[in-house]
Design a protein around this ligand. Structure first.
Ligand code: PMP
Length: 304
């Protein structure tokens, strides 16, 4: 259970971390957030937070998009989060949620000249989607928000209304997730995860200019695939029908980790179950994030 939050400059009991109904961000979606996982390592009796500094660098990039002026460096936010995690003393996997929001209690939609606040809290966390070993996925009838409307490269709260439309449509139609296309018809990502397809042992993923969140897991897997598995990784636009003919496909993200895609629009991908490259990469990812691969322990910040 969550006991504390960082709120208005201090770590306070979670019950005290509340905002007014008049808060700007609540009305206009003028907030941005992050999502960071901490992995409990039973053997080391320690909790490792994965790529925490990279997450806070992206978090601050999102705040800049929203014209927020915050008095924190990435390292300040890392230290606050580690303090908070120590106070919580959670000895299991966690998910950390930093949120920066326009805190002013006024009517009037804009980004500039508003007071900004940051809050951070952690919750116990397991799986994000049930069928990580073979998700049944559809192509969304919705389109991804375009950079000319709401930039997807930042984790902007308001943009997640788009994600919510996408996810609910998929689930209400009996799928686990959806792949969403850009206004130009190319693949962008899932509702809250990046996507890779594999064709002829090459990993292919949309470039950051195709309305995707600049995912930390995406970057991690690109590094691991090239350095550890000797695979080629290509960033380029993906057509919808390439999904249907791919050998393998998977989603990735902090929440979803690495989740195999078994079918798209009821068409089986490859053998219709998790393929060999996805399996290998996923197994390696789980070892890396839990702090079991010395070469990558710089990515795993110990809490205790
Ligand atoms: N795309 C979207 C829209 C997301 O919400 C997320 C989850 N943060 C991702 C991709 C994956 O990003 P990351 O690997 O940094 O968690």
């Amino acid at each position: 259970m969550t006991k504390y939050a960082f709120f208005e400059g201090a770590i306070v009991p979670i019950e005290q971390a509340t905002v007014s109904v008049m808060t700007h961000a609540l009305h206009y979606g003028t907030a941005c957030f992050g999502g960071i996982r901490g992995y409990w390592n039973e053997k080391h009796q320690n909790l490792y937070v994965f790529r925490i500094r990279d997450h806070f660098e992206r978090f601050l990039m999102s705040t800049r998009l929203l014209l927020m002026k915050l008095p924190f460096t990435p390292d300040d936010l890392v230290n606050i989060t580690l303090d908070l995690a120590r106070r919580e003393a959670m000895h299991h996997d966690i998910y950390i949620r930093p949120l920066a929001y326009k805190a002013e209690k006024i009517i009037g939609v804009r980004l500039h000249d508003l007071r900004d606040e940051v809050t951070i809290y952690a919750v116990p966390f397991g799986r994000y989607i049930e069928s990580e070993e073979g998700a049944r996925v559809c192509t969304s009838s919705w389109r991804r928000v375009d950079d000319t409307a709401i930039p997807a490269r930042g984790k902007l709260a308001g943009a997640y209304v788009n994600s919510a439309f996408i996810k609910s449509e998929a689930m209400m139609n009996g799928f686990d997730e959806a792949i969403v296309l850009n206004p130009d018809g190319h693949v962008s990502e899932g509702s809250a995860e990046n996507i890779f397809i594999i064709r002829n042992r090459t990993l292919i993923t949309p470039p950051v200019s195709d309305n995707i969140l600049e995912g930390i897991t995406r970057r991690t897997l690109m590094d691991l695939a090239t350095a550890q598995l000797g695979l080629q990784v290509v960033e380029r636009s993906i057509d919808r029908t390439e999904l249907y003919v791919a050998d393998e496909a998977f989603f990735c993200g902090t929440g979803v980790q690495v989740a195999a895609i078994a079918s798209v629009d009821r068409r089986p991908i490859g053998a219709g179950k998790m393929g060999p490259i996805t399996t290998e990469l996923r197994d390696l990812y789980f070892e890396v994030v839990r702090g079991n691969v010395p070469q990558y322990c710089d990515w795993c910040t110990p809490v205790f």
